[in-house]
Write a protein that binds this ligand. Structure first.
Ligand SMILES: O=C(O)C1=C[C@@H](OP(=O)(O)O)[C@@H](O)[C@H](O)C1
Ligand SMILES: C=C(OP(=O)(O)O)C(=O)O
Length: 444
């Protein structure tokens, strides 16, 4: 038996009140990784209790790390030190999580044991050569399928990795982080240069654990000369989860919403910049720094949006927010054009094609291009769309219901649990008329 989840959304409504969305997914992954490799005990608050981050947590338990929790977002990690991981008895199953697989491939390349990384159907179709090629140049031994996908068979090359100077062909925080983690086990200096700024949580958290990392403009360097000292971590709310509500309140007349304690690291705030360029009314309040990461409360009030050409430099800073930004564009007056976003085609689904298909079903003029989309704003109708098992597509089409003229049914929503299990309850409490149907399907 397998489970299938369908969301049915009645049209209209507005988002009102205040909420704290769950913890940042990127930081939750990294808190487990660095906490496990640290000397001492790390306490994490605000940990994201969703499938992706839990897959990372389970992987480290499988490698012998004692981890207590999560209980109400609190996790206690009994660090085993940089060289203390043990060989897992079985392949490490990483579910739907690209971050887990790509970061772990780097971290495990230089260990004293072999292991296999596997994932679900979506993760098993995502490109891994982007990490295994530069890792091979460092001396790693990782086998992929012929297509360059998982499962990854890693032969541990303890003491045999060498630092490289790598200029990334794409703006990817996962590739950058993978190489930095491998660099912690390599001889000499590992240097990564990015073509555009991407999220820097790995660099910040390494510094928070007292591990030396050198940053100079678009280049980050690391060596094996260092150790991680346990450090308490307070994970703020995930701006990528907050984005659904920022867009929802911006498009639904009558909305007035405050989102508390949201991470506003400048490498993540592209969604605020893009929405403001479109005319959104978003205030950033009570800015503060918590555990080396900037945090604020976000106040958003409905405001009519207009179409824009999205500046390409904002793309990596809003990379996970495009599904819901496409919904904002569909509600805006005039045309919105996105380019330079070909990375969207290799996420949990092809987010350009899947969003264009769904928007067309809802009567929106949306034309996919190889690296983006052109959307003519106007009205959103009703219909049945498919999320293709992609959490962000499921949540984006749910938010579209706020401005739809007829009910929207979103099929295949189980994967919302990978990043935001509380989404359906929270969005309902704030004003969206969403009903969740669960079906059990016979599998052969
Ligand atoms: O490093 C991270 O935590 C992430 C980086 C991004 O992926 P890419 O590096 O593939 O852009 C993003 O899409 C993903 O959700 C999380
Ligand atoms: C792309 C995403 O995550 P990952 O790459 O970790 O699967 C996401 O959460 O939108």
């Amino acid at each position: 038996m397998s489970k299938s989840i369908t969301f049915k959304i009645q049209p209209g409504g507005s988002l009102q009140g205040a909420a704290r969305v769950p913890g940042d997914k990127s930081m939750s992954h990294r808190s487990i990784m660095l906490g496990s490799l640290a000397d001492g005990v790390t306490h994490v608050k605000g940990f994201l209790e969703a499938e992706d981050a839990l897959a990372t947590l389970q992987a480290f338990r499988d490698m012998g790390v004692t981890i207590e929790g999560p209980t109400n977002g609190e996790v206690t990690i009994h660090g085993v030190g940089k060289h203390g991981l043990q060989a897992p008895k079985n392949p490490l199953y990483l579910g739907n999580s690209g971050t887990s697989m790509r970061l772990l491939s780097g971290l495990l390349a230089g260990q004293a044991f072999d292991c296999v990384l596997t994932g679900d159907k979506s993760l098993s179709g995502r490109p891994m050569k982007r990490v295994t090629d530069p890792l091979a140049a460092m001396g790693a031994d990782i086998k992929t399928t012929e297509k360059g996908t998982a499962p990854l068979h890693i032969t541990g090359r303890a003491g045999q990795l060498n630092g490289i100077d790598y200029v990334m062909p794409m703006a990817s925080a996962q590739v950058k982080s993978c190489l930095l983690l491998a660099g912690m086990y390599a001889q000499g200096v590992t240097t990564v240069t990015e073509p555009a700024p991407t999220r820097d949580h790995t660099e910040r958290m390494l510094s928070g654990f007292n591990y030396p990392v050198k940053q100079d403009a678009s280049t980050v360097s690391i060596t094996a000369e260092g150790k991680l000292t346990a450090s308490d971590i307070d994970v703020p709310s995930d701006i990528s989860s907050a984005a659904f509500f920022l867009v929802g309140a911006s498009i639904a007349p009558g909305s007035d919403l405050t989102l508390h304690h949201v991470g506003i690291n400048p490498t993540r705030t592209g969604v605020i910049d893009i929405l403001r360029l479109m005319g959104a009314n978003i205030e950033v309040l009570n800015e503060r720094v918590v555990g080396g990461e900037p945090v604020a409360d976000l106040h958003v009030v409905y405001s009519p949006l207009k179409g824009i050409d999205i500046p390409e430099e904002l793309v990596p800073l809003a990379i996970d927010e495009f599904p819901v930004l496409f919904v904002a564009a569909a509600c805006a007056e005039g045309q919105t054009r996105l380019s330079g976003a070909e990375e969207l085609r290799v996420k949990e689904s092809d987010r350009i094609q899947v969003m264009a298909d769904g928007l067309k079903i809802l009567g929106v003029k949306a034309e996919p291009t190889p690296d983006g989309m052109v959307i003519q704003g106007g009205t959103i109708g009703g219909g049945t769309v498919v999320s293709h098992g992609d959490h962000r597509i499921a949540m984006a089409f749910s938010i579209a219901g706020l401005r739809a003229s007829a009910p929207i049914t979103v099929l295949d929503c189980l994967n919302v649990n990978t990043s935001f299990p509380e989404f359906k309850d929270l969005v309902k409490n704030l004003g969206l008329d969403l009903t969740c149907y669960e079906e059990h399907i016979e599998t052969v």
